[in-house]
Design a protein around this ligand. Structure first.
Ligand SMILES: [Zn+2]
Ligand SMILES: [Zn+2]
Length: 146
């Protein structure tokens, strides 16, 4: 004999009906729980995607020459680090060298940084990449394919 009472319209509650009701209610409860978990997971995926997009944006900014705002590359726009610690692409450094030499190709002078104006690497008016250090951290971060 069934011992629990139900609020259903039937007064002839059988054990079978009770079992069915229990299965239904268990299934529904589980479904509600899983639906909530799925939504939470979805929100988390969305948040993660946004975070990745933010990082990509930051990376892209970090991989730009701060002088000409063009992307560093492994060819003509190699990131060169001056002795003051500031970095610019090889083209901007070359332009800086030629501007500051005042047309003198042989006289040695200390290049002034485009950012902090400190005297940095010694150079002649002829730009020589060997006189500058490559910013390896940035070079390694440059994607092989543009
Ligand atoms: Zn540049
Ligand atoms: Zn500097």
């Amino acid at each position: 004999m069934p011992s629990t009472t139900t609020t259903g319209p039937s007064s002839s509650t059988t054990a079978e009906q009770e079992s069915l009701a229990k299965q239904l209610s268990d299934a529904l409860a589980k479904r509600t729980k899983l639906t909530a978990a799925l939504k939470k997971a979805g929100d988390s995926v969305e948040r993660t995607k946004q975070e990745i997009a933010g990082i990509d944006e930051k990376l892209s900014t970090l991989l730009e020459c701060t002088v000409c705002t063009l992307k560093y590359d492994k060819m003509s726009r190699v990131p060169l680090i001056l002795t003051c610690g500031h970095t610019g692409c090889a083209r901007c450094v070359a332009r800086l060298v030629s501007m500051q030499s005042g047309g003198n190709k042989t006289g040695i002078f200390k290049l002034r940084c485009f950012h902090c104006r400190q005297p940095t690497n010694e150079t002649t008016g002829q730009f020589d990449i060997e006189l500058f250090s490559i910013n390896k951290a940035l070079l390694c971060a440059i994607p092989d394919k543009e």
